[in-house]
Design a binder for this molecule. Structure first.
Ligand code: FPP
Length: 267
């Protein structure tokens, strides 16, 4: 049997096990391991990022096919500025190039693209492409792709706190009106439900300042695969693993055929 046929069979077997009624609506991804993937292959780190773009395209397609509605990816953190200038410049140019090449297809598929983070430090050329891509796709409603750039979860929370403090001091809201709902309405991800699933590649087990508020109850799936080797099959494995979780949101599972009163542990 050819390698292609084996992969197809595996893909079909995994797909068949997925419960279409329990597909996460919003998946967040920390695409990690580009640099290490390239270094392991004795290639310059930039090749990991180039390959990473193809993987993102594959996963975007796979998540639409599965019935997800929102994908939020971490493309550049507030800490990434500390990398060598050459790599930072490469990433900035890559973002512009990818947008230039892909935006028509993204639009044709009725996908809305949104950039989340502080865009101020980026060069004008990138800011212009981001702004035109966002306005071109703003009315699309089949799928939402959030790309987090120069994004930090703590910075986002501080920004919301500042906005609410300003509204409160101007009398627009009362301090006692501040609650989770109001806080949510000021987040950069406002309008989307929180991610049900966070995937991080490359085996690292950290949140790294990503969506700190929004990930409060998300299921976390760590893949040992480096992002440039991640693919639809690995994505399906993550979805299946998510579907096997028992999501209780801090509550308890109802026990079949047993009320709390009957339980041997009840006092
Ligand atoms: C993490 O790997 C990856 C990044 C910092 C960049 C990811 C960006 C892309 C895949 C391009 C996406 C483009 C658009 C327009 C959305 P790393 O460099 O931190 O890897 P390492 O941990 O092995 O060093």
């Amino acid at each position: 049997m050819s390698l292609g046929k084996i992969i197809d069979n595996k893909h079909n077997a995994l797909s068949a096990r997925i419960d279409k009624q329990k597909v996460p609506e919003h998946v967040a991804i920390i695409m990690d391991g580009n640099g290490r993937w390239a270094t392991n292959k004795r290639l310059p780190r930039k090749y990991g990022h180039i390959r990473g773009v193809d993987v993102l395209k594959e996963i975007l397609k796979a998540s639409k096919k599965l019935g997800c509605k929102v994908l939020t990816v971490y493309a550049f953190s507030t800490e990434n500025w500390t990398r060598p200038t050459e790599e930072v410049d490469f990433l900035i140019n890559l973002f512009s190039e990818v947008l230039r090449n892909e935006i028509d297809e993204i639009h044709e598929e009725s996908t809305k693209i949104k950039f989340i983070g502080d865009l101020n430090p980026f060069p004008e050329t990138l800011k212009k492409i981001i702004s035109s891509s966002e306005s071109l796709t703003k009315n699309n409603n089949k799928f939402l792709l959030n790309v987090c750039v120069n994004y930090g979860g703590r910075q986002e929370i501080v920004k919301v706190a500042r906005e609410l403090a300003l509204k409160s001091s101007s009398g627009e809201i009362k301090p006692t009106e501040i609650n989770e709902e109001l806080f949510n309405s000021e987040l950069l991800t406002r309008g989307s439900k929180d991610p049900e699933l966070l995937i991080r590649t490359s085996g690292e087990k950290r949140i790294s300042n990503f969506l700190l508020w929004q990930l409060a109850y998300s299921e976390i799936y760590i893949s040992n695969v480096m992002w440039p080797d991640f693919n639809e099959l690995e994505f399906l494995k993550a979805i299946l693993d998510y579907q096997s979780r028992n999501r209780r949101f801090g509550g308890i599972e109802s026990l079949p055929n047993e009320s709390l009163e009957d339980s041997q542990y009840s006092s």
